[in-house]
Write a protein that binds this ligand. Structure first.
Ligand code: HEC
Length: 136
C-alpha cells in the first residue's frame, strides 16, 4: 500500500475512534480510560482504582491536575506522561505503563510504523482530552 493510503486509512480509523464507540454515548477517550486506566486511577479518575493500594506510589488524582497547576490544565505534560517514551529517566521508578510504546505495538501491526505512530498519538490526545474534561 502506498504511504499516503496508509495514512488515509489511519486517519479514517482515528476519525471513527473520535466519533465514539458504537451507539453508546461514550467518547473514545472515556472508553479507553475505563479500559486501560481505571484499574489504577479509578473510574472517576480520582486515583482510587482497585490496583491503587498495590502500588508503591499512589496513582495521581487526575481530576485535580488543573487545580494543582494554578488553574491551567497542563495538557502537554499530561500527554508526555501518558506517552512515557520521551520522559527523561532518573526521576525514580515509573509505576505507570509506557502507553506510547504499548499502543504503538498494537497500532503498528495494523497501520505500519508511521501510520501506527499517528494512531498512537491520536489515542493519547483522546485520553488527554478526556482527562481535561474531568477537571474539578
Ligand atoms: C498500574 C497502574 C496505573 C495504570 C494502569 C495507569 N496509571 Fe497513570 N499513574 C499511575 C501512578 C502510580 C502515577 C503516579 C506517578 C508516577 O508513577 O510517577 C500515575 C500518574 C499519571 C499521570 C500524571 C499526572 C500528573 O501529575 O501530571 C497521568 C496523566 C496518568 N497517570 C494518566 C494515565 C492514563 C491516561 C492511563 C491509561 C492509559 C493510566 N494513567 C494508567 C499508575 C497507573
Amino acid at each position: 500500500m502506498p504511504k499516503h493510503s496508509v495514512l488515509l486509512a489511519a486517519s479514517a480509523i482515528v476519525f471513527a475512534l473520535a466519533q465514539g464507540v458504537g451507539a453508546q454515548e461514550m467518547t473514545y477517550g472515556q472508553a479507553e480510560f475505563l479500559n486501560s486506566c481505571a484499574v489504577c486511577h479509578g473510574t472517576s479518575g480520582e486515583g482510587d482504582g482497585p490496583l491503587a493500594d498495590e502500588l508503591v506510589k499512589r496513582p495521581t488524582d487526575l481530576t485535580r491536575l488543573a487545580e494543582k497547576n494554578g488553574g491551567e490544565f497542563p495538557y502537554f505534560r499530561v500527554f508526555a506522561t501518558i506517552d512515557g517514551r520521551f520522559v527523561v529517566p532518573g526521576h525514580g521508578e515509573r509505576d505507570m505503563p509506557v502507553w506510547g510504546r504499548q499502543f504503538l505495538e498494537e497500532d503498528a501491526i495494523t497501520f505500519g510504523p508511521s501510520g501506527g505512530e499517528i494512531v498512537t498519538e491520536e489515542r493519547i490526545h483522546q485520553l488527554a482530552g478526556y482527562i481535561e474534561s474531568l477537571q474539578k
